[in-house]
Write a protein that binds this ligand. Sequence first.
Ligand SMILES: Nc1ncnc2c1ncn2[C@@H]1O[C@H](COP(=O)(O)OP(=O)(O)OP(=O)(O)O)[C@@H](O)[C@H]1O
Length: 230
Amino acid sequence: MTTDTAVIVRNLRRSYGERVVIDGLDLTIRKGEFVALLGESGCGKTTLLRALAGLDPVNGGQIDGPKQPAVVFQEHRLLPWASLWENVTLGVDTAQGRKQAEAALGEVGLAGREEDWPRNLSGGQAQRVALARALVREPQLMLLDEPFAALDALTRIKMHVLIRELVARHRPGVLLVTHDVDEAIAIADRILVMRNGGIAASYLTADIAPPKLRETLLQELGVESDSRAA
Ligand SMILES: Nc1ncnc2c1ncn2[C@@H]1O[C@H](COP(=O)(O)OP(=O)(O)OP(=O)(O)O)[C@@H](O)[C@H]1O
């Protein structure tokens, strides 16, 4: 793995009993690269993300990347009994780490809320704390499992702008699992389509005009394109 690479996956296999979900999957993500993963429901996106996160075992192949990448899920998973500061600094034991935590809370627009509690936050604010927590360790790889899916449309757009800024500044490699084709087009550098246990297609968002890319992706996903793409 070169210093430029966030993760390399080779010939990955994962089965649940007889059911083969990931079947010889290859994937490379560079540092600073924002990759979105689309695929029909049940195709194995979350299974792949959990394998990369080290949360689940695999049946074969190689993952060459960090042992504990940062992960942000659809629900914020903050500790309800801990302050925002405690949530973000959990496991941080250096002055440098605390400095980074302070900076990260500032970057997500929550400076001054350190002593507040997760229950007092809106959904968008809670996800911003989850992003700050993920950034504290300057991760080489960030795994995002539909982190914006439960947010309202306006908050989601604001989060898209924020995550792009954070990734541009901290330059982790990012894998975003999403069901939202427009979200993938809005924030990813590269969009992958997962099918039959592997990566079936890959598109660079800079290469294709958004309406054309949208139509192509909807076709890939077996959805009739609607009037917006016509
Ligand atoms: N713990 C498990 N035990 C058995 N089968 C599982 C388990 N987790 C997932 N599966 C199966 O593996 C396949 C892939 O599931 P996975 O959740 O990875 O898909 P997905 O693409 O993330 O789906 P969705 O888009 O609906 O979230 C599905 O057929 C699912 O039923």
